[in-house]
Design a protein around this ligand. Structure first.
Ligand code: CFM
Ligand code: HCA
Length: 534
């Protein structure tokens, strides 16, 4: 692996090589020692990164899956158009009277004259038009790069319209694409605003004995539906998912839950903290990717509530669901065992999906995140030592205190101590590095050049990443699986999802089609050209 790292850096100019070297790590995690990686830093100009922008993280990722908020992109039409239904986040709007604005693309469609003379009037008119047409519960406004550059005061417009309507919450996000080094800043901007503007708005009591919030689950390919099916079967009530298959009202009621279960640590761990600080709701890390991980997560939730009836029910559900999963494992394992994978995805899946591959006897040789922070790699214990740089300072921090009326610790400190002593870990995430084998590669913000180089050197049996990587990898003759949109497949979460994934990967890694494939220039030499510089 050390040679592979050197090989990947060989072509870079010295300064670039030095910087990339700190983001490429040969895993030597041993015992309590986790090596340090450089993460959440700017991509070097000129490099073709896999990352997206802050607006994408705010509007597309966090608010995108909420069906009854009208999301207006304030900016040139391209930003709205590209974030229009590209993420496969599903929603269930089948209930009587349910509102669903997700199929729409709302934008102010800024033109040159709006950039020159300002776009606030146009934004105000767009909000009014959306209100008149749909009378939604809430309207959200998202700033794109030019809005920040010309200084439109979107928050003032939002306040004015909210006051004018009286029956519609209007709020705005300063999530200009350049605000942070990646999507991650957009998550933070989105979540802070949802926390301060929406969470706690609805104090109505919620029925249910064991009430949780599922944080950081976005219902891609129907994952959230499968998790909800399992939770329901166990008798666990999901008050709100942030933000898969969600509604405005679910966010407004999140403070009524008694536990937060965190799936994607990167996009939402701070909301889990804020829910605890303000309302007294503890949080644990869960992972519903992988059948064993699903069982483990359910047991963790049951352990927290400490109710013998719930514990028994959870065991029943696991016992009911596992035989179907094991039957498929027994079938595929002889064909998948010993195969290898590489995973380069966002800020949590490059970690979570390793559990699914492990269940199939497959080894992850290299993995990394596009935009996760050091705590997602090394574990939460590094948070106090993280440097606050110019980019992180760009994101507004909100101050959260215990709510005077509504703060109520869900467990006494003795009960919490007892659970901890029994092994239930609160507010904890160990990160990706300690879970990976010795001498594997961990790479942050992998780029186009390095992806191709890695594949050329290691030739994994499957490469997992996103749409921008898909075709360049396939052209190298390697099966490629998208772990963002799942291509057209999914769900992959929970028990039934695991079965879907085993079948899909078995099909991919055992297909002969890739070895028969020839690139166009190999097939038709006349298509290959030599560029002559004159
Ligand atoms: Fe969390 Fe996500 Fe991800 Fe993410 Fe994303 Fe996504 Fe992802 Mo694409 S919130 S970090 S910003 S799990 S959109 S649902 S698939 S990169 S690994
Ligand atoms: C985003 C969304 C994305 C992109 C996926 C991809 C998603 O980052 O803005 O590159 O294939 O999951 O849809 O991560």
């Amino acid at each position: 692996p050390t040679d592979i790292k050197a090989d990947m850096l060989a072509k870079y100019p010295p300064k670039v090589a030095r910087k990339r070297a700190s983001q490429i790590l040969v895993n030597e995690a041993l015992g309590n020692e986790t090596p340090e990686i450089s993460a959440n830093v700017r991509t070097i100009p000129g490099i073709i990164t896999m990352r997206g922008c802050t607006y994408a993280g705010c509007k597309g990722v966090i608010l995108g899956p909420t069906r009854d908020i009208v999301n207006i992109t304030h900016g040139p039409i391209g930003c709205g158009f590209y974030s229009w239904m590209t993420r496969r986040n599903q929603t269930d709007a089948s209930a009587e009277g349910a509102e669903n604005f997700m199929p729409y693309c709302f934008s102010t469609d800024m033109q040159d004259q709006d950039i020159i003379f300002g776009g606030e009037k146009k934004l105000q008119a767009a909000i009014q038009e959306a209100y008149d047409l749909f009378h939604p519960k809430a309207i959200a406004i998202f700033a794109t790069c030019p809005v920040g550059l010309i200084g439109d005061d979107i928050h003032a417009v939002a306040r004015k319209m909210k006051a004018k309507f009286g029956d519609c919450n209007v709020f705005a996000f300063s999530c200009e694409g350049y605000k942070g080094v990646s999507q991650s800043a957009g998550h933070h901007i989105a979540n802070n605003k949802i926390f301060s503007e929406v969470v706690g708005e609805n104090d109505a009591e919620k029925p249910g004995e064991f009430k949780i919030n599922l944080l950081g689950e976005y219902n891609i390919g129907g994952d959230g539906f499968e998790i909800d099916r399992i939770l329901k079967k166990c008798g666990i009530t999901n008050i709100s998912t942030f933000s898969g298959n969600s509604t405005y009202d679910q966010f407004a009621s999140a403070h009524k839950a008694d536990l937060s279960a965190v799936m994607c640590h990167r996009s939402i761990n701070y909301v889990a903290d804020m829910l605890e600080t303000k309302f007294g709701i503890p949080w644990i890390k869960v992972n519903f990717i992988g059948a064993k991980s699903t069982a483990k997560s359910l047991r963790k939730i049951a352990e927290y509530f400490g109710d013998p009836g719930l514990t028994a029910r959870v065991e029943e559900v696991i016992a009911e669901e596992m035989p179907a999963v094991e039957a498929v494992i027994d079938d595929v394992l002889p064909r998948t065992k010993g195969k290898t994978a590489m995973l380069f995805v966002g800020g949590s899946r490059a970690h979570h999906y390793q559990d699914l591959f492990a269940e199939m006897g497959m080894k992850t040789l290299a993995a990394g995140y596009e935009f996760a922070h050091r705590d997602d790699y090394e574990g939460r214990q590094v948070i106090p030592g993280l440097k606050v740089d110019a980019d992180s300072r760009n994101i507004e921090e909100i101050e959260v205190k215990a709510d005077e009326q509504r703060y109520a610790p869900r467990k006494t400190s003795e009960e919490m101590a007892k659970l901890e002593a029994a092994g239930l870990k609160f507010k904890e995430y160990d990160g990706l590095i300690p879970d990976m084998d010795h001498q594997t590669l961990v790479i942050d913000d992998l780029n186009q050049y390095e992806a191709e180089k890695l594949v050329e050197i290691i030739k994994p049996d499957v490469f997992c990443a996103g749409i921008k990587e898909k075709f360049s990898i396939q052209k190298l003759g390697i099966p490629m699986k998208q772990l963002h949109s799942y291509d057209s497949g999914g769900p992959y979460a929970g028990f039934q999802g695991a079965v879907n994934f085993y079948h899909e990967i078995d099909r991919l890694v055992n297909s002969k089609v890739w070895s028969y494939m020839k690139a166009p220039w190999q097939e038709n030499p006349e298509l290959s050209a030599t560029y002559v510089w004159e």
